[in-house]
Design a protein around this ligand. Structure first.
Ligand SMILES: Nc1ncnc2c1ncn2[C@@H]1O[C@H](COP(=O)(O)OP(=O)(O)OP(=O)(O)O)[C@@H](O)[C@H]1O
Length: 441
C-alpha cells in the first residue's frame, strides 16, 4: 500500500517550518513528495547593486539557490534550479551526461553567468538576476572551494605547498599549523614533501580535498572528484571524504553520474534531467519514493507492472494495493483511504527487487527467467502468471535454476504507484531494467 507521507524529508523544526512554504508538485497518487524548495525569503525589489539588503530570519537555510537559469548562446542548460542545504549538509547533482550538472556547479561558483535566479550563502546574497536588478559577487569573493575532476594539483610543488596554496594571506605560523592539520585530516602527513606524481590517484585526490578545505570554505564544490579512480576505490574514498567533510562541518555539493557515489557521500541528492532538478531529496526517499518514472529509473533497479483502479484500490498481478494514510488507530495500525480515481483508471506500479521476497512456503509463485550472481545475492528476473516481469533480490544460497518456479511474497506496502500524468511525463517503457540484465544462463 502506498504510504502517503513516508517521504517527509524534513528533519528539523526550521526545515519543517520552511517545508510548509514549499511548493510541492503533487499528483493524486504521489502526494507529499518534496520537490526543489523555495526558502521563505523576501527579496527587496530594487535597482541597487548592494547585496544583503534584505532581512534574514532564523529559519533561512545556510545555502539556497532559487530558480537559477544558465545558458550558452540560444540554449538553456540549467532551467529553474532551486535547492537548499543546512550548514554541514552535503548535496549532490546526479544525472546523465550533458544534463547540466557541471554548469549548475560552475554557476554556483560564479564561473558561469546566470540568466536568472538568486543564490544565498551564509546570509549573503551572491547573485540576483531578475527584471529589477542584477549583480553577482566575484568567484574569488564567494568563499567557495573547488575540487576538480583532474585534481588540478601543481606538479612542481610538494604536497604541503599545494595545500598551503590558498593560504597566502595567513601568517606563516597559522599557515604551517593549518597545513599540518589538513595533512593529518587526509592522512598524508608522511607524504608532505612528495610531489603529486609520487602519489597514487586516491592520495592525489585527498591532496586536492585538503587544498580546497584549507582556507575553510563556506561551501565546497566537488566536480566528479572520483571519476579518475577505479570503481572499488571510489566507494571507499567517497565514504572517507564524507567522513572528512562531516568532521569539519563542511557544506558541500558534489557532481556525479554515479548513483553509488551519490548515496555514499550525500545527505541530499538532486536528480537532474535536461537542465531541471526533478527531485531533491534524501537518498532513501529517492529510492523508495521517486516522484516520477524517470527518477525511478535513474535511482536503483526495478520493474513497472500494470495496475487498474477498482473500488478505490489498485489491482495488480501481485495483489491489491491500498492507499495508506499517515494516521494510525489506537493499537498503532495504519489507516487507509481510497485512491481518488474512477474504476478502470490505468496505473503503473514501481516494484523494487527488495519488494519481492523469496518464500518457499508461499502459494504465490513466479517463473525464474533470468538471474545475475552478485556475490551475497542473486538478482532474479521473475515472470508472473500474466507474463509481466519483476526483479527479486535473493540470498545467493537460494540457487534456483532458470525455468524453475519459486515462491514469492510481494511487500505491496512498499511499492510506488504512478498515475497517468507521471507516466506520460516519461517514456516509461524504456524503464524496465529487467530486460537489460546481463543474465547468467
Ligand atoms: N562552454 C560551453 N559552451 C556551450 N555549451 C556548453 C558549454 N559547456 C557545456 N555546454 C553544454 O551544456 C550542456 C550541459 O553540460 P554540462 O557539462 O553542464 O553537463 P553535465 O551534466 O555536467 O555532463 P557530464 O556529466 O558529461 O560532465 C551540454 O549539452 C554541453 O554540451
Amino acid at each position: 500500500m502506498y504510504t502517503d507521507s513516508m517521504n517527509d524529508s524534513t528533519n528539523s523544526k526550521s526545515e519543517k517550518a520552511r517545508a510548509s512554504h514549499t511548493p510541492v508538485a503533487k499528483s493524486p497518487l504521489s502526494q507529499n513528495r518534496i520537490n526543489p524548495v523555495q526558502p521563505n525569503k523576501t527579496v527587496e525589489q530594487s535597482n541597487t547593486s548592494q547585496q544583503n539588503t534584505e532581512k534574514y530570519i532564523a529559519t533561512d537555510p545556510y545555502f539556497s539557490v532559487q530558480n537559477l537559469i544558465v545558458g550558452y548562446d540560444d540554449t538553456i542548460v540549467v532551467n529553474g534550479l532551486s535547492l537548499m542545504l543546512e550548514q554541514g549538509e552535503i548535496g549532490c547533482f546526479l544525472g546523465y551526461s550533458g544534463c547540466g550538472k557541471t554548469t549548475a556547479l560552475r554557476a554556483i561558483a560564479g564561473l558561469e553567468q546566470s540568466r536568472g535566479g538568486t543564490i544565498y550563502l551564509n546570509n549573503q546574497r551572491l547573485t540576483e538576476k531578475n527584471a529589477c536588478q542584477s549583480f553577482a559577487v566575484a568567484p574569488a569573493k564567494r568563499g567557495m572551494g573547488m575540487v576538480f575532476q583532474d585534481y588540478a594539483l601543481f606538479g612542481h610543488l610538494s604536497v604541503a605547498k599545494n595545500i598551503a596554496f590558498g593560504l597566502n594571506k595567513w601568517s606563516s605560523a597559522d599557515k604551517k599549523a593549518r597545513v599540518a592539520e589538513m595533512l593529518s585530516l587526509v592522512e598524508l602527513t608522511e607524504h608532505a614533501d612528495k610531489r603529486p606524481n609520487e602519489l597514487s590517484g586516491g592520495q592525489q585526490q585527498r591532496v586536492a580535498l585538503a587544498r580546497a578545505l584549507a582556507p575553510k570554505p563556506k561551501l565546497l564544490l566537488l566536480d566528479e572528484p572520483f571519476s579518475n579512480l577505479d570503481v572499488v576505490l571510489r566507494e571507499s574514498l567517497a565514504m572517507n571524504v564524507r567522513d572528512i567533510l562531516k568532521r569539519t562541518n563542511t557544506t558541500a555539493i558534489l557532481v556525479t553520474h554515479d548513483q553509488n557515489e551519490a548515496f555514499a557521500l550525500a545527505d541530499k541528492v538532486g536528480v537532474m534531467d535536461k537542465g531541471r532538478l526533478v527531485q531533491w531529496a534524501r537518498p532513501s526517499e529517492l529510492y523508495h519514493e521517486p516522484v516520477s518514472p524517470f527518477v525511478a529509473e535513474f535511482v536503483g533497479e526495478g520493474a513497472m507492472i500494470d495496475g487498474i483502479i477498482k473500488e478505490g484500490h489498485v489491482e495488480t498481478a501481485l495483489g491489491n494495493i491500498y492507499r495508506r494514510m499517515e494516521v494510525y488507530d489506537e493499537s498503532g495500525q495504519p489507516q487507509y483511504c481510497e485512491y481518488d480515481y474512477p474504476n478502470g483508471t490505468p496505473i503503473k506500479v514501481l516494484v523494487r527487487p527488495d519488494d519481492i521476497i523469496h518464500d518457499d512456503d508461499s502459494t504465490q509463485t513466479a517463473l525464474v527467467i533470468g538471474r545475475v550472481f552478485r556475490g551475497a545475492n542473486y538478482l532474479y528476473r521473475l515472470q508472473l502468471d500474466d507474463g509481466q516481469t519483476v526483479l527479486s533480490l535473493v540470498a545467493s544460497h537460494h540457487n534456483h535454476a532458470i525455468g524453475s518456479h519459486i515462491g514469492i511474497l510481494p511487500l505491496l506496502e512498499h511499492v510506488v504507484v504512478f498515475d497517468e500524468k507521471d507516466i506520460n511525463a516519461t517514456t516509461w517503457s524504456e524503464y524496465d531494467r529487467s530486460s537489460r540484465m546481463d543474465e547468467e544462463v
